[in-house]
Design a protein around this ligand. Structure first.
Ligand code: HEM
Length: 537
């Protein structure tokens, strides 16, 4: 267990790569960096060439070329012509787009001091209460304090050890619910998301408030919400709101023109979210007043975060609810989709007519679900997989990381902003540029990944690969803003995938094999996955 939990949640990508390297090499590297830094510093960014520019049209810039609403894909396409770093115009605003591991790392680590702020679009400004969240704040005192709190009570290795029983019971509930579904609907495909999402939300509520909720009376709104409605108000509506576009973001000189429909919708989401959070907090304060204390984020913040306002506490609590409920679901659903599709791959290969000779010689013909099950059985026999065993399951780790790479849950990191002139990839980057780090583009880089569009966990197990290659996906970001929830996401997702494969044989519903469309800020599968289950018992 310790070996799993000792992975520092804040390990920067650069550090992860350096860990384990011989001291002499590190010494050499630092000299090399120092030399580079000194010469860059002396030359200064102003002497460097300007960025390649993707041609657009006057006033609108490149906006019309991004109509398909999947900017990460458009950015990748442009990288083929203009290289891994280039500049575009989103209306009035200049945006620098980064599409390779090299420049992304440079932005997240080396040049971070010049790129440590964010410029949020109007929708996110409203929904984040003007950056009152760890993930959306600038690198300032609020960020440092709030990050310390979230790591101490919820996401750091010790906090994760304390929350272990919540994760264990969540996974068992998920398994039981799938068994019940199978018993009641033996010939129907199950909607994976419906069960997983609901249990993950339950875990979030317990970590944050100490208790799950069934319903809630919200005085401010004069109504009682069911659990499903609470989930909608706290998670689904806000994730949808986060991608709403206010055209005035692209034309700041037209800010004076009202966009009332947009503002009203967003303000309403915000008001409802705060009303529900306040009602939840009020309920738990009654519990605390009655003398019942629970190790949860609310109880911790009320005693340890005296300098934070009520509004800030509500936002920090909400942040954990939304972050726990979203990206881990995205990753686990895509992983199960790929494993469930695997059987179909095999069937296709049969219908293409392969021979026994090909079976023996082609690893890509291995049924990945069976390979995973074999690995689990070798390590755990017929016992249920537990978190302690994760470090002995390299194939499971490869499945998890390949899913993060191929179905990047955060395709574009929330925009950063250069508050001073800097340089990236050998080019001058002017002050006041927005920086879009296209993690999807990095994960599809042909120079780094062979056949990047293929989901192929075996790529991480080949002898040519080092275990640190797993970090090349950069799915959790890097540097000072690396994901604080990476450890929790890994523990939940890996144990859930392993247990789901231990208990059931998964087969994707016919017709869903090519259903890989995504939706939203965090790479959700557009249509929930449906699969047929067969109990292995
Ligand atoms: C597979 C799951 C996840 C992925 C792929 C992911 C991805 C990311 C990425 C790319 C960032 C960096 C953003 C940036 O550089 O600006 C980030 C930051 C963050 N994530 Fe995650 N995340 C995941 C799960 C979680 C979970 C479960 C939580 C909490 C419950 C969480 C909490 C955070 C926080 C608090 C930050 C901000 C860190 C900071 O700014 O210092 N994440 N995440």
């Amino acid at each position: 267990m310790d070996s799993v939990l000792n992975i520092p949640a804040t390990l920067p990508v650069g550090a992860a790569i350096a860990v384990g390297g011989p001291a002499i090499a590190l010494g050499g590297l630092s000299l090399w960096f120092l030399k580079g830094y000194v010469s860059d510093h002396m030359r200064g960014p102003s002497s460097l060439p300007p960025l390649p520019v993707v041609p657009g049209v006057p006033l609108l810039g490149n906006l019309l070329q991004m109509k398909e609403k999947k900017p990460h894909k458009t950015f990748l396409k442009w990288a083929e012509t203009y290289g891994p770093i280039y500049s575009i115009k989103a209306g009035y605003n200049s945006m620098v787009v980064l599409n390779s591991n090299e420049v992304a790392k440079e932005a997240m680590v080396t040049r971070y001091p010049s790129i440590s702020t964010r410029k949020l679009p109007k929708a996110l400004k409203i929904l984040t209460c003007d950056k009152t969240m760890v993930a959306m704040s600038d690198y300032d005192e609020f960020h440092k304090t709030a990050k310390r709190h979230i790591l101490t009570n919820v996401l750091g290795p010790n906090a994760q050890k304390r929350h272990r029983c919540l994760r264990d019971s969540m996974v068992e509930n998920i398994i039981n619910r799938f068994h019940t579904y199978l018993k009641n609907h033996p010939h129907e495909a199950v909607n994976f998301r419906k069960i997983f999402e609901s249990e993950l939300f339950g875990l979030a509520m317990k970590q944050v408030l100490g208790k799950d909720v069934e319903n809630l009376h919200v005085e401010e709104l004069g109504t009682t919400f069911s659990r499903e409605e609470i989930f909608r108000v706290l998670v689904l509506d806000l994730m949808q709101g986060a991608i709403e576009v206010d055209w005035r973001d692209f034309f700041p000189y037209l800010k004076w023109i009202p966009n009332r429909g947009f503002e009203k919708r967003l303000e309403q989401m915000h008001t409802r979210r705060m009303a529900v959070m306040n009602a939840l907090i009020r309920e738990q304060k009654k519990r605390i007043a009655s003398g019942e204390e629970i190790n949860c984020y609310l109880d911790y913040l009320l005693t340890e975060a005296k300098t934070l306002s009520h509004n800030e506490i509500s936002m920090l609590l909400w942040e954990v609810v939304v972050e726990t409920s979203d990206t881990t679901l995205v990753t686990t659903e895509w992983a199960m989709y790929e494993l469930a599709k695997d059987q179909k791959r095999q069937t296709n290969t049969f219908s293409l007519g392969f021979t026994g000779f090909e079976i023996c010689n082609t690893t890509s013909l291995t049924i990945q679900q069976d390979r995973l099950l074999l690995e689990i059985e070798r390590v755990s026999g017929s016992d249920k997989i537990r978190e302690e065993k994760l470090c002995q399951l390299p194939y499971l780790s490869a499945v998890f990381h390949e899913t993060l790479r191929n179905h990047t849950p955060v395709p574009i990191i929330p925009l950063r902003y250069t508050h001073e002139e800097t340089q990236l990839g050998g080019y001058r980057v002017p002050a006041e540029s927005e920086i879009a780090i296209n993690l999807y583009g990095c994960n599809m880089e042909k120079e780094v990944w062979e056949n990047p569009e293929e989901w192929n966990p075996e790529r991480f197990l080949s002898e040519n690969n080092d275990p640190v290659d797993l970090y090349k996906t950069m799915a959790f970001g890097g540097g000072k803003r690396v994901c604080a929830g990476a450890l929790e996401a890994m523990l939940i997702s890996c144990v859930a995938i392993a247990r789901l494969v231990q208990e059931f044989e998964w087969k994707l519903k016919d017709g869903e094999e090519d259903d890989v469309d995504t939706l939203g800020l965090t790479g959700h599968k557009r249509n929930p996955m449906h699969a047929f289950l067969k109990s292995r018992k």
